[in-house]
Write a protein that binds this ligand. Structure first.
Ligand code: NAG
Ligand code: NAG
Ligand code: NAG
Ligand code: NAG
Ligand code: NAG
Ligand code: NAG
Ligand code: NAG
Ligand code: NAG
Ligand code: NAG
Ligand code: NAG
Length: 475
């Protein structure tokens, strides 16, 4: 061997052989499987490399972390920035290099430390013989535990148990059949892969919607899915441009969000600060290029302006009460503490009637507010576009309605929460107000019209007088 290496031509031949042998994966230096007899030991610096050569599986230490803790995970192999897409023993790292990933006696994939204590397991309950399973890192970055007695039946796969990243051909969402709800979970910090405070996932009812939670409290929402887009996103079109992005809804409680970009160097990630973004690898920049990102403005923060408040990040202050509503607490509101929101100025007729304080008066009406992010807690109605306003008006607890071609008639009752005013996209929201607000509205309109007409008249007279004066001058 030493002689061979010392003679240059032979060395080149060896490298060529190695390169060619990669076409036959079994011979390649990068093995992509773990079997009962071939575990991975951190001490031996062994890893798995998938056939596409894009993903690697093994032990790693997060870059820039202060400790030397060892985690088992999957990361991109050929790119210079350490980018981990999945972690097994996220909450049970190993503080030395004694760790082993192996097939246990019951056929599960397990991570153990030097003292053989179990740190992580695929936890498949179907007990099989240890020699009957194998683990393979697929070329799309999916790690699979398979049963070799049963036509390679998949017992477990990392794509069904994602962590902070969503890779192409992975799906997130709810499965009524299995009862699973698959979402993403953030790392604790950029250097700490342990379970963080943020999660992102789908809710199915009444319409599919994407939410980010912090310790189970909503932080951001996408608005309902209308068959093509989430109607609460400011740049709906940019999501449509993500090729292969799709949401399948069987209306039986199974809702799956997928995207099928053929590029492996492309994914969604939920970062430790609770933002979800899409990014792809740019060879020219030699770095990740970030695409869509949510939340992206202050106004995306859930319920930023409180009930009946509407947010517009281009304006100062960003929060405004909807017309017909006033701040609940003026002191707080003027200090920029918007969370207690706004209250109705004039009570609705239907409430006055219900209260017995009135038996009539003019019917309530709807104020049209354009290009809005629709509020939370939408209630679906089967009414068509013409009947939708009437259905709302006929029910005193209905405070707003909207109509979208893909969704149909949407109703809201009680407080309207988490509204935003968009520039380009958005839905026309019709908000129920007392008839007296219509008068206030039209009175103001009449006054403005009168003022404008007055100004026009006075200017016209001035111009006329000036002209006459000019004419009178001797030429
Ligand atoms: C690690 O730290 C360096 C220097 O502070 C920084 O440039 C780099 O982005 C960090 N890497 C990661 C993955 O955080
Ligand atoms: C590693 O952790 C074990 C307990 O999990 C502890 O007993 C041991 O002292 C630690 N070693 C180092 C070098 O910190
Ligand atoms: C496996 O199951 C045990 C006991 O039910 C549980 O404590 C552990 O968190 C599970 N591990 C994984 C990776 O799901
Ligand atoms: C697994 O298979 C290997 C080789 O086929 C054999 O040597 C070993 O005894 C088997 N182990 C078990 C637990 O069946
Ligand atoms: C996560 O949430 C817990 C409970 O609210 C809090 O104590 C902790 O500081 C949070 N951690 C991070 C990293 O935000
Ligand atoms: C789940 O499916 C069953 C039968 O297919 C159906 O009865 C049930 O309503 C579904 N669950 C939901 C939440 O839709
Ligand atoms: C995959 O994503 C890249 C980067 O955004 C894009 O340029 C490409 O068109 C997409 N390809 C497919 C097939 O979706
Ligand atoms: C308004 O808010 C301030 C500060 O939180 C509080 O001191 C005051 O009592 C509130 N006023 C009313 C009417 O609720
Ligand atoms: C209804 O009656 C209650 C108590 O009499 C009163 O506080 C409330 O303001 C009334 N509401 C309306 C809308 O008239
Ligand atoms: C009115 O709306 C409320 C809230 O959506 C609902 O619970 C109630 O059944 C509706 N009443 C009628 C008569 O439709």
């Amino acid at each position: 061997m030493v002689v061979l290496l010392n003679s240059r031509p032979c060395f080149v031949v060896l490298i060529l052989l190695a390169a060619f042998s990669c076409f036959s994966p079994r011979l390649c230096f990068g093995e992509d499987r773990i079997t009962f007899s071939t575990p991975i030991k951190d001490l031996e610096s062994k890893t798995l490399l998938c056939k596409s050569g894009v993903f690697r599986f093994g032990f790693f230490t997060p870059v820039n972390s202060t400790g030397r803790l060892r985690y088992v995970g999957i990361w991109y192999d050929k790119i210079p920035v350490q980018t981990v897409v999945w972690v097994a023993n996220r909450d049970a790292p190993i503080n030395d290099t004694s760790g082993v990933v192996s097939i246990s006696d019951d056929g599960n994939l397990v991570v153990t430390d030097g003292r053989n204590s179990l740190l992580w397991s695929t936890n498949v309950t179907v007990l099989v013989a240890p020699n009957a399973t194998w683990v393979q890192l697929m070329e799309n970055g999916n790690l699979r535990l398979q049963d070799n007695r049963n036509n390679g039946e998949i017992l477990w796969e990392s794509f069904k148990h994602p962590y902070s990243s969503m890779l192409p051909r992975m799906s997130l969402g709810l499965n009524n059949g299995t009862g699973e709800n698959t979402g993403l979970t953030s790392w604790r910090s950029y250097t700490d892969p342990s379970t963080g405070n943020y999660t992102v996932g789908l809710v199915a009812f009444p319409f599919p919607e994407l939410l980010i939670w912090k310790n189970k409290v909503p932080q951001w929402r996408s608005g309902p899915w209308n068959g093509q887009v989430f109607i609460g996103l400011p740049d709906m079109d940019s999501l449509l441009n993500i090729d292969g992005f799709n949401l399948n809804n069987d209306n039986q409680g199974t809702v799956l969000l997928t995207f099928a970009n053929d590029s492996f160097l492309y994914h969604f990630n939920l970062d430790p600060n609770g933002a979800i973004y899409q990014r792809d690898w740019s060879t020219s920049m030699n770095d990740w290029r970030v695409g869509v990102r949510f939340p992206s403005t202050d106004c995306d923060e859930y319920n930023r302006c409180g009930p009946y408040g509407s947010c517009n990040y281009r304006e100062d202050p960003q929060c405004k009460c909807i017309k017909g509503f006033v701040p609940r607490n003026n002191t707080e509101w003027s200090l920029g503490n918007w969370i207690s929101g706004c209250v109705r100025r004039a009570p609705l007729r239907c409430e006055r009637v219900k209260n017995g304080s009135s038996n009539g008066g003019k019917e309530d009406w709807f104020l049209k507010v354009q290009k809005m992010k629709v509020p939370v807690n939408v209630q679906p109605s089967l009414a068509n576009a013409q009947a939708c306003p009437k259905v709302c008006l006929d029910n005193c607890s209905c405070t707003a309605y909207a109509y979208d071609q893909g969704i149909g008639c949407m109703l809201w009752s009680g407080n309207l929460v988490d509204m935003q005013s968009f520039l380009g996209s958005g839905i026309d929201l019709y908000i129920r107000l007392s008839h007296s607000e219509l008068k206030a509205h039209s009175k103001r309109a009449v006054m403005i019209t009168a003022l404008v007409l007055g100004i026009v008249f006075v200017s016209a007279v001035c111009v006329l007088l000036a002209c006459l004066k000019l004419k009178k001058r001797p030429g």
